[in-house]
Design a protein around this ligand. Structure first.
Ligand code: GUN
Length: 285
């Protein structure tokens, strides 16, 4: 059976490092990192994620609070909260939980966050810095995938990496990150999407296959090269109540050399990297 890439365990290591950094900031310069989260509407998955983010922050000594706005909120109401946090010197990190209700303009809202407080790394300036090879805030899920690979001894350097899914949140920034000319990057990255001819064949060439395509159990054993490292970014609730990823775990695991579980793989890493980015934001003020 393959090595199971235990995101819960690795994220604990990162969170311990973050807690130490928080303590150092308190002792050396008397700063306590502060993260503010905005949640619009009642998306049940978002509620769970936001609770987990604020609880983790508080456990690590980061002060955190969530502002909630109703589903029917206007663009102006959302922007007003961001403006207030941008102007508040005590707030180091700002995160707007996605997805936003359909009537709101996500891109415009993300662009209102001060880039120096954009701990999600989704502001075009931060995405641009990543593309230019000078990353400042790396989006949390790509950052988490990278740390998980590095810390389990699966450096992407020199590897064929295939990413399924080109979202601004995961696939695109992950492709930029892993193809950087930098230590533990330097991968040859193929970014596949809905218009990719022979996506299944492409996936089969990967040394490291990363699925962020958002379809339950899409990746089957015939798409995976024997011995590949398989990273599953997806999480879906099946009708029977069980959580599954983008990867059909039972059939893919026996041919992979290493694989992430769902839950307990990439998910906890995303939250750990948000904490890391928040400390980074507080450190550079
Ligand atoms: N929704 C799902 N993942 C994320 C994330 O990493 N950041 C934000 N802001 N929203 C999300």
């Amino acid at each position: 059976m393959p090595e199971i890439l235990d995101g819960r365990k690795i994220s604990q290591d990162i969170k311990s490092e973050v807690a130490s950094a928080v303590e150092t900031l308190r002792l050396k310069i008397g700063i306590r990192p502060r993260l503010h989260v905005l949640l619009v509407g009642n998306n049940p998955a978002s509620e769970v994620y936001v609770k987990s983010k604020t609880k983790t922050a508080n456990d690590l000594g980061i002060s955190s609070q969530t502002a909630r706005l109703p589903e029917t909120s206007s663009q102006e109401q959302v922007v007003a909260i961001i403006n207030r946090w941008n102007d508040d010197g005590e707030v180091h990190g700002i995160l707007v939980q996605l997805p936003l209700p359909a009537h709101l303009h996500t891109d415009t809202i993300l662009e209102r966050i001060l880039p120096t407080k954009d701990v999600d790394g989704l502001h075009p300036l931060n995405l641009g810095l990543l593309a230019a090879g000078r990353p400042r805030f790396i989006p949390c899920t790509p950052y988490g995938v990278w740390e998980l690979l590095k810390r389990t001894g699966h450096s992407p350097t020199g590897k064929q990496v295939v990413i399924l899914g080109r979202s601004n949140l995961v696939g695109k920034p992950l492709a930029l990150l892993l193809s950087l000319k930098a230590p533990d990057c330097d991968a040859t990255v193929t970014l596949c999407h809905s218009q990719t001819p022979d996506l299944r064949g492409m996936a089969g060439r990967a040394d490291i296959l990363i699925s962020a395509i958002g379809k339950p159990e899409f990746v089957t054993s015939d798409m995976v090269k024997p011995g590949a490292v398989v990273i599953d970014v997806g999480i879906h609730r099946r009708n029977d109540g069980n959580l599954v990823g983008d990867v059909a775990f039972e059939s893919v695991a026996p041919i992979a050399s290493a694989i992430t579980p769902v839950p307990g793989g990439v998910g906890p890493m995303t939250i750990a990297m948000l904490m890391q980015n928040t400390v980074q934001a507080a450190t550079s003020t």
